[in-house]
Design a binder for this molecule. Structure first.
Ligand SMILES: NC(=O)C1=CN([C@@H]2O[C@H](COP(=O)(O)OP(=O)(O)OC[C@H]3O[C@@H](n4cnc5c(N)ncnc54)[C@H](OP(=O)(O)O)[C@@H]3O)[C@@H](O)[C@H]2O)C=CC1
Ligand SMILES: N[C@@H](CC=O)C(=O)O
Ligand code: NA
Length: 430
């Protein structure tokens, strides 16, 4: 039997506890898979007094990161504290000290992934981050290994468990946004600051990671158009249903002729679309390749054990590489320069809900505006509202370009017959 591999865990919260659980419960399996015992030697926490649902020998807890990142006995550091600046320093120090690193931190990988991966390579260390996108779904490994022979053209899916949980409960149980967000926090799906989930930033960071790998281009966070779900109301969900759609927070990364668009936004999908029935904290991502065609990855996108599964699989990959002596040799730098599409190169349908004066000629002004911008309407509903002479208009456009649509939206708001534009969403999947 080979020598024991010692792990230092930075963080003992939702995910860290799952990691300890899986490593403890899978001792025999780990021994079989990697040929040596794997043990958690030290765990960094902030609060020693906190009640924890996983029991460990208290002597392995520390609140001093150096006990792990500078500890010569530790071979692999697993980072599950979250955050950016401090955590980046810990990871760089661990790598400098020739420790392999496994992280679930998409915030950090989306912003500084290039630098950290370069540091890992320089030090002959692995830096794996499967848990950072799609929780327990083996998505990153599928892009880097399983689909490495193909050219990815599009990735589209649900990559945030918290917002999918919220939208599912709002849609199926008419639950209030605030109540369901609290539930998602209790269940351990949400980030420490859930603003990142609900405002789409968590998904945007994941799209940076996916598109950098999938398109072999260094994508920046600023390249992603982001809109979250905090303004999606029960009204929107109900009107969308009447038109045959489900609202989901969807990430889209698409490449056409070497130029890419990347976005995260609440999106309407036909009820029959497979992503429309991905519920609760589950994630699902379509990946399209020129040769393979359509593939779909589905599974739990957040939560203790699913996320920990991805981390322990990364740990197993690190230990196997240790046995083979090939750590730090797997990073492939982006091949292509990043080229972003202009707005008039981005095409989609749109759902638009607005309130108008219920008077003769109002609709002809509106339809003329759309016609002037060559946008035709596919579906239309108009109904009187209780309040003083107003009507609600809901439309779905045919496919148009983003530039034309945004111009119409500005002019629509300025029309004297339009009282208020309530909501506007992209429509996909038809
Ligand atoms: N929850 C999920 O479903 C998923 C989470 N992730 C990512 O995994 C990471 C961890 O998430 P999660 O487990 O949910 O977070 P938690 O908030 O549950 O856990 C964070 C842990 O880090 C410790 N910690 C935080 N700051 C410090 C510090 N400055 N010094 C020492 N210890 C610190 C906390 O200590 P203490 O316990 O003492 O407070 C806690 O144990 C994040 O990057 C998150 O984005 C990725 C995929 C899914
Ligand atoms: N907060 C995230 C956790 C996993 O990445 C989510 O809800 O998806
Ligand atoms: Na994953």
């Amino acid at each position: 039997m080979e020598q024991q591999v010692n792990v230092g865990l930075l963080g003992f919260g939702t995910v860290g506890s799952g990691v300890v659980r899986i490593i403890e419960a899978h001792q025999e399996q780990l021994l079989h898979q990697v040929g040596c015992p794997v043990q958690v030697k030290k765990i960094l926490v902030k609060d020693f007094e906190k009640k924890r649902d996983v029991k460990v020998d208290p002597s392995i807890l520390t609140n001093c990161p150096e006990d792990i990142i500078d500890n010569p006995e530790i071979d692999v550091v697993i980072e599950v504290i979250g955050g950016i600046d401090e955590t980046k320093k810990y990871i760089l120090t661990a790598l400098k000290n020739k420790k392999h690193v496994v992280t679930a931190n998409k915030d950090l990988m989306a912003l500084h992934g290039g630098e950290l991966l370069a540091a890992a390579t320089e030090n002959g260390c692995d830096l794996f981050y499967e848990a950072s996108v799609g929780g327990g779904i083996p998505l990153i490994r599928s892009l880097v290994e399983g689909l490495s022979s193909d050219r990815i053209t599009k990735m589209m899916g649900i990559i945030n468990g918290t917002t999918n949980y919220i939208l599912t409960k709002m849609s199926k149980e008419k639950a209030s946004y605030e109540d369901v967000l609290k539930e998602a926090q209790k269940l351990g799906f949400a980030e420490a600051d859930p603003t990142a989930d609900v405002e789409g930033l968590d998904s945007a960071r994941k799209m940076v990671i996916l598109s950098t790998l999938g398109f072999s281009m260094k994508i920046h966070l600023d390249d992603v158009t982001v809109e979250g779900i905090s303004k999606v109301g029960l009204d929107d969900i109900e009107y969308a249903k009447q038109f045959g759609y489900t609202i989901k927070l969807i990430g889209i990364a698409q490449r056409d002729n070497g130029r890419v668009e990347i976005s995260v936004q609440p999106t309407l999908l036909p009820h029959a679309h497979p992503l429309a029935s991905v519920n609760d904290e589950f994630n699902a991502v379509y990946v399209y390749g020129e040769a393979v065609g359509e593939t779909m990855f589905y599974g739990p996108g957040a939560g203790q054990l699913p996320t920990a599964t991805a981390i322990v699989s990364d740990l197993i990959a690190v230990v196997r590489n240790m046995r083979l002596g090939v750590n730090g040799k797997s990073v492939i730098l982006p091949q292509f320069d990043r080229q972003l599409k202009e707005k008039d190169e981005i095409h989609s349908k749109y759902f638009l809900r607005f309130q108008v004066k219920d008077e003769a000629g109002a609709f002809s002004k509106i339809s003329s505006l759309f016609a002037e911008h060559h946008i035709s309407l596919e579906k239309l509903l108009q109904e009187p509202l209780d309040k003083n002479g107003m009507a609600q208009v809901v439309i779905v456009t045919h496919k148009t370009n983003k530039q034309a649509y945004e111009e119409v939206l500005i002019k629509l708001r300025d029309l004297d017959v339009v009282y208020e534009v309530k909501s506007s969403y992209r429509v996909e999947g038809e």
